[in-house]
Design a protein around this ligand. Structure first.
Ligand SMILES: *[C@@H]1O[C@H](CO)[C@@H](O)[C@H](O)[C@H]1NC(C)=O
Ligand SMILES: *[C@@H]1O[C@H](CO)[C@@H](O)[C@H](O)[C@H]1NC(C)=O
Ligand SMILES: [Mn+2]
Length: 398
């Protein structure tokens, strides 16, 4: 097997071997990061699989059918799509977000994937990282779809991680899991979908970690009461991409006072929207604060708010200015640059980020240059890097 001598990646090699019986199933053996020697050239040189060829998964990671035939295959971090966009108030189209983000992510490993400022290669950090494809989501019935998303996410999250929990990277002391059941669960990165999906995702997170602190990058609050946002002509209409945090707060899924929004710049129905947001348990960072306190100040505010506990990270692509990420459901000018958001995300290094998502990517409104889907993929590269650096566990004191 000539592949072996050219692969330096232990963890993915293990994955390939674990599936020796599935050789006919192309992606598992076919997708091997970084440069995938498919065949030897005339002079014995190795030709890499080009990043623009083949089947597109996130960052060309191995495709594992986690919800169906490969449900026994463990992993440490999984990407999964939730192609739902019938909770959208303005531009629809985020159902194509998972496919678009995957297309925008193809180049992530072109040079190997080493993250210079974070000093880590998340693809080569000893973790098994996979793309699970998409959760099947009906476009005909929101209630049913929201349940599908919760069930699909739980089916992945409730498993145990592939790699044993190691030792604390700073102190070297043994780590214990932070989950309610004391098990070491994998981390899930969900590709939306409109922001409504975060309600079922938080229900899943709650089932594993209890009430969670949320870091939410968005130009909008998304804690609106249904009577304010959408008018709520029916119980189902009351659950949409501007109200899901209201419901999450009502259901007790979110820690009160240790959650925070970043990049807020929406207009309001009135100042009382902020009172309502306070009641939902959130602190706020306005987009314009970047001009006064800078990225360092924003990072400090976030870290001071969420502390050392488990945190869920939800990124609306509209936190980035539409100059950099135009393809989204409800664009707002005056946002952060892609560079600024990436810097802020790197500033979350060391936090216990249990899972994350990126939402509201609607590729139909993108430029031909894939500005938005590329930004979404690069943002997730920072999230993945931060996750790869920090094991999900705590040191037991005493
Ligand atoms: C963790 O630390 C223990 C000693 O406390 C050591 O025996 C073990 O090998 C370490 N594990 C890793 C993965 O470094
Ligand atoms: C959160 O705490 C604030 C301040 O103590 C309180 O006014 C609010 O009702 C709480 N919200 C929830 C959802 O418990
Ligand atoms: Mn949002």
């Amino acid at each position: 097997m000539q592949i072996i001598s050219f692969l330096t990646l232990g963890s993915l090699l293990v994955l390939g071997h674990a599936h020796a019986g599935h050789d006919e199933q192309m992606p598992l053996d076919y997708v091997k990061f970084p440069f995938q020697p498919i065949y030897r050239g005339r002079n014995g040189e190795v030709t890499a699989d080009a990043i623009f060829s083949g089947i597109t998964t996130f960052a060309k990671l191995p495709w594992v059918q986690c919800l169906t035939r490969d449900r026994g295959t463990p992993f440490d971090i999984a990407f999964i799509g939730a192609p739902f966009d019938t909770g959208t108030s303005y531009r629809p189209g985020a159902r194509f977000g998972p496919a678009g983000i995957r297309a925008g992510s193809r180049r992530l490993t072109l040079y190997g994937g080493y993250n210079v400022p974070l000093e880590v290669n998340p693809f080569n950090a000893g973790l098994r990282i996979v793309d699970c494809g998409d959760i099947p989501v009906t476009p005909y019935d929101n209630k049913f779809a929201i349940q599908q998303i919760e069930d699909g996410h739980k089916a992945l999250l409730h498993r145990e991680a592939y790699s044993p929990l190691g030792n604390d990277s700073l102190t070297g002391e043994k780590l214990v899991p932070i989950s309610l059941d004391g098990k070491n669960h994998p981390r899930i990165i969900t590709l939306g979908g409109d922001h409504t999906i975060v309600l079922p995702l938080l229900r899943s997170i709650y089932s594993t970690y209890g009430p969670i602190s949320v870091i939410h990058f968005d130009s909008h609050l998304d804690t609106w009461k249904p009577s304010v946002f959408g008018g709520a002509p029916s119980a189902q209409a009351a659950i949409n991409h501007g109200t899901y945090f209201y419901w999450a707060s009502q259901e007790g899924l979110i820690n009160n006072g240790t959650s925070i929004h970043g990049a807020i710049r929406t207009t309001l129905s009135g100042p009382e929207d902020y009172e309502n947001d306070d009641n939902a348990g959130f602190k706020r960072i306005e987009a314009r604060e970047i001009d006064t306190i800078g990225t360092d100040g924003i990072i400090k505010k976030i870290r001071d708010t969420v502390g050392d506990g488990p945190v869920y990270l939800s990124i609306d692509i509209d936190s980035i200015d539409p100059a950099f990420a135009p393809a989204t459901g409800t664009p707002e000018t005056g946002g952060w640059s892609t560079r600024e958001l990436r810097t802020i995300l790197r500033g979350l290094d060391g936090l216990q980020i249990v899972s994350a998502d990126i939402v509201e990517v609607a590729p139909a409104y993108d430029t031909n240059a894939e500005l938005t889907t590329m930004a979404a993929a690069d943002v997730l590269f920072e999230v993945l890097s931060v996750m790869a650096k920090t094991p999900l566990g705590k040191v037991v004191v005493g």
